[in-house]
Ligand binder design. Structure first.
Ligand code: SF4
Length: 375
């Protein structure tokens, strides 16, 4: 099976923590959509005749596209590749763009899952990170999405925000649970170089949430969601039974995916990745002149092993010894077994049923454990 990811890089304003490639649209939306469709036609052979089972339109802010441009995009992709096998078709939206008619238009195009960036249900916290919506707009948006016929909804939340307390995080979690959405992605705020948030910390105009508070918020997250029936299937992802994101899971399973648009990545299912240029104007110009705007990289066996460790240790499936042996060979498995031992002794990894998994206590340390297990 294969997936298609489409990147819409336009945003109305920049959230202070965001390091994704996103820009103001400045009237280039239609040209960009035409370039996406053209790129899909140019690269369809990269899907290697695999049936496309997931389609994901992310960003940026895809909900900035009008219904007619969304239709032009989806119709164009459907003319380029067969979408008959698509089981999950997700569009990311921002709460301030959502209305029942807009979501109905998406539903009519085949969209059956909506992912919405809520981040917090506390208005002061939303203002502090330059989000454009309020908590009540997010709650109304969930109702509008359901009213338009889409029940498979995922919300993004962030913990560790400046000024956030354990009590206010509890409020955000309770509101998300009360909405009974089937999927939640919950991220620890990170300070990425180049963001306004990073500069504010350097200038001392913002106080970072202490590590102990972030750990307490993470504990609260895991316990609260588990008590409410959510399965913790990846470090940052939680789902009601059978409602995990198929698209994201296919990234973790090493399936083929084709990424269309500025800054999108693709993977051929074996070892080659390609990276589109992170510049919408140059992307449009390249595609309109019949050229792809991407660089390709083929990973060595060492790099593939490192990537396998990085991806799989973050999932509840963990790192399978049999898979490491089959994909990389005995020396890699020996390395894994040797490096994992001290973490098992410290109760940071478990080793059961032929797989290594992070323990709950280790999740906040996952990056350093992953580095140790890599080559
Ligand atoms: S809406 Fe999303 S992509 Fe756009 S700036 Fe905010 S976090 Fe980044």
């Amino acid at each position: 099976m294969a997936g298609i990811y489409v990147h819409i890089p336009f945003c109305r304003s920049k959230c202070i923590y965001c390091d994704f490639y996103s820009i103001a649209a400045r009237g280039m939306e239609a040209d960009y959509v035409d370039a996406l469709v053209a790129e899909c036609r140019m690269r369809r052979s990269e899907l290697a005749n695999e049936p496309v089972s997931t389609l994901y339109i992310g960003g940026g802010t895809p909900s900035l596209l009008s219904p007619s441009l969304m239709q032009r995009l989806v119709t164009g992709i459907a003319q380029a590749v067969c979408l008959d096998d698509v089981e999950e078709f997700t569009v990311e939206v921002n709460p301030d763009d959502v209305s029942a008619p807009y979501i109905s238009a998406l539903h009519a195009l085949g969209v059956n899952r909506v992912s919405m960036g809520v981040q917090s249900f506390i208005d002061d916290e939303l203002r502090a990170i330059n989000r454009r919506h309020t908590a009540s707009q997010a709650i109304e948006a969930v109702a509008a999405i359901r009213q338009a016929g889409i029940s498979n909804i995922s919300l993004d939340l962030i913990y560790g925000l400046p000024g956030q307390s354990l009590a206010s995080w509890q409020v955000s979690l309770s509101r998300a649970i009360a909405l009974r959405v089937p999927h939640l992605s919950c991220y620890n705020l990170s300070y990425e170089e180049g963001t306004r948030l990073y500069r504010m910390r350097q200038a001392g105009t913002i106080t970072e949430c202490p590590d102990d508070d972030c750990i307490a918020m993470y504990d609260l997250l895991c316990h609260t969601l588990s008590r409410n029936g959510y399965e913790h299937y990846e470090v940052s992802n939680f789902a009601l039974p059978a409602m995990h994101s198929r698209h994201n899971s296919s990234y973790w399973s090493g399936d083929i995916y084709l990424g269309l648009g500025a800054a999108a990545h693709s993977f051929n299912g074996i070892a080659t990745r390609s990276f589109n240029i992170a510049d919408a104007r140059r992307y449009i110009a390249a595609i309109s002149s019949g050229c792809l705007a991407c660089e390709r990289e083929t990973a060595t066996l060492h790099e593939q092993y490192d990537e396998y460790v990085m991806i799989h240790l973050r999932t509840s499936r963990g790192i399978s010894e049999a898979e490491v042996l089959r994909l990389f060979g005995q020396p890699f498995l020996d390395h894994l077994n040797r490096e994992a031992r001290p973490f098992i002794a410290r109760n940071l990894l478990t080793h059961a049923a032929g797989a290594y998994r992070l323990t709950h206590a280790a999740v906040m340390l996952s990056d350093s454990i992953i580095r140790s297990l890599m080559l």
